[in-house]
Design a protein around this ligand. Structure first.
Ligand SMILES: [Zn+2]
Length: 115
């Protein structure tokens, strides 16, 4: 008997308790998106972003998301621990959401750096 791929695959999620112990560079207002690391600076150009995005179906659990943004903040590549990314490919909705939160908040980061 052939075992289905779905049965074998276990997406990795992170409980809220684990995520809330960490410190974040950017948090969305509802805390559903939490960006932990930004590599490559906040100036235009390619940079790597890592963080967590809360599951819409299972509130309180977070998927690990990392992505590389190109100039113009397009998603050049992304990875997410959700089932959707595994079965339908990247970028999933979590990567797109994190990218949008990053773009919205990066101006605030620049202001802080200039102080
Ligand atoms: Zn995802």
């Amino acid at each position: 008997m052939q075992e289905s791929v779905r049965a074998k695959y276990r997406p990795v999620t992170y409980p809220t308790a684990q995520v809330s112990k960490e410190s974040f560079i950017i948090e969305s207002y509802d805390k559903s998106v939490r960006i932990k690391e930004i590599h490559g600076g906040i100036t235009p150009g390619s940079h790597l972003i890592k963080g967590y995005v809360e599951s819409e179906e299972h509130g309180g659990t977070y998927f690990g998301v990392k992505m590389r943004l190109s100039k113009g903040n397009d998603i050049a590549e992304s990875r997410c621990t959700c089932t959707s990314a595994h079965f339908y490919g990247n970028p999933c909705s979590h990567a797109l959401t994190m990218r949008n939160v990053y773009v919205k908040h990066k101006k605030e980061l620049k202001k802080e750096v200039r102080k």
